[in-house]
Ligand binder design. Structure first.
Ligand code: PLP
Length: 397
């Protein structure tokens, strides 16, 4: 405003405070650019700002510097060429699916997907004419057999919820690649520190950043990472129309949380393995599902795909069924009865009556979820305190 002719009146000055650029030093934290719109000196530059993700920032639905920092950070960790941050994990999933699919396309997806993803695919099938085939996720031959000339996308999750089955990413993604099908992996449960699906052949990796990336239970966000610039541009273009973009403050909170991702993932994994072992030895527990345990059906695969730890989610079956699960989840004092996962707080839930309530008895059985199955999303509290809490609750059964 320095070249404004004359002195601004107070009302104008309050709207246009001086902007201080940082010169001679640099901020150590990522600056929060909360402005939703950016002004230009040159109208040609403004016009080209709308044309691609690599242009000047113009409007937050198209991009924002703080959001771009998150996108680049997660893309870098995943080994992708670019990222797209969204308002939630579901925002990332929907943006990718809607950008790439049209009526008549066929999708192959795992049976054991996160409920929101499962419901979204069912909705695409019911209302938009997208055909969906569900597969188990442990057999490349099953995926090959499901391929059709119209197959456009294979949707997988690195670790399934709540029974923590580990997906054969290299095997299944190789089938997709051979067939020219886009391979999408929801890597939320592993985080990019434990598994990087692009290294195993994925084209797109998705995170609910609400979970491990944010890590503190205070932000809802999502990120999609792309192995290919063209795919990124296609999805970015659709994202500008859909309007699911991340808010800069949510991106900033996620980046702040991510600074401790390495420490947290190590702690989550170590504590979950410790608790899994102790639960397995408890007389009230009939089975424990955690890939770090040698008894887990995917233990060998997990050692290859997740060599640095298996994350914080485990589940276990109680001999006393539904009533025991209710009693346990209501008797814990340090763990909280709540959905979600991936944060510093330990959360406990009964999947059959909550996250997986839409499944009927047969579907629950097929997913390995019994009436007495309890899911524990291990936080970063002291492992001894968490065991004391579980042990006192188990003693009441
Ligand atoms: N993907 C997985 C594996 C999840 O567990 C969740 C939520 O629990 C989502 C996606 C959806 O994320 P959000 O709640 O951030 O939309």
């Amino acid at each position: 405003m320095s070249d404004f002719p004359g002195a601004l009146r107070p009302e104008s000055r309050t709207v246009h405070p001086p902007l201080h650029e940082v010169t001679g030093s640099r901020p150590l934290g990522v600056p929060l650019h909360q402005s939703h719109v950016f002004a230009f000196e040159d109208s040609d530059a403004l016009v080209s700002a709308f044309t691609g993700p690599d242009q000047a920032f113009v409007y937050n639905r198209f991009g924002n510097p703080t959001v771009r920092s998150l996108e680049s950070a997660v893309a870098g960790l995943e080994g992708g060429v670019a990222g797209l941050a969204t308002a939630s994990g579901m925002g990332a999933i929907n943006t990718v699916l809607l950008a790439l699919l049209k009526s008549g396309d066929h999708v192959i997806a795992q049976q054991s997907l996160y409920g929101g993803t499962f419901a979204m695919l069912a909705d695409l099938a019911r209302r938009w004419g997208v055909e969906v085939t569900h597969v188990r996720g442990d057999d490349p031959a099953e995926v090959r057999a499901a391929l059709r000339p119209t197959t456009r996308l294979l949707h997988l999750e690195t670790i399934s919820n709540p029974t923590t089955r580990v997906t054969d990413l290299p095997g299944l993604l190789a089938v997709a690649r051979e067939a020219g099908v886009v391979g999408v992996v929801d890597n939320t449960f592993a985080s990019p520190l434990l598994c990087r699906p692009i290294e195993h052949g994925a084209d797109i990796v998705i995170h609910s950043a609400t979970k491990y990336l944010g890590g503190h239970g205070d932000v809802l966000a999502g990120v999609a990472v792309f192995a290919d610039a063209e795919l990124h541009r296609t999805v970015w273009q659709y994202a500008t129309e859909l309007g699911a973009s991340a808010d800069p403050y949510a991106a900033w909170l996620t980046l702040r949380g991510m600074q401790t991702l390495g420490l947290r993932m190590r702690r989550h994994s170590e504590t979950a393995l410790d608790l899994a072992g102790r639960l397995a030895a408890h007389p009230a527990v009939t089975a424990v599902h955690y890939p770090g345990l040698p008894t887990h059906p995917d233990h060998e695969l997990a050692r290859r795909l997740l060599p640095e730890g298996h994350g914080g989610v485990l589940s276990f079956d109680l001999a006393g069924g539904r009533e025991a699960a209710r009693a346990l989840t209501e008797s814990v004092r340090l763990a909280s009865l709540a959905p979600s996962l991936g944060g510093v707080h330990t959360l406990i839930i009964h999947p059959a009556s909550t996250s997986h309530r839409q499944l009927d008895g047969d579907q629950l059985a097929a997913a390995g979820i019994g009436p007495g199955t309890v899911r524990l999303a291990v936080g970063i509290e002291h492992p001894e305190d968490l065991w004391t809490d579980l042990d006192q609750a188990l003693a009441k059964l």
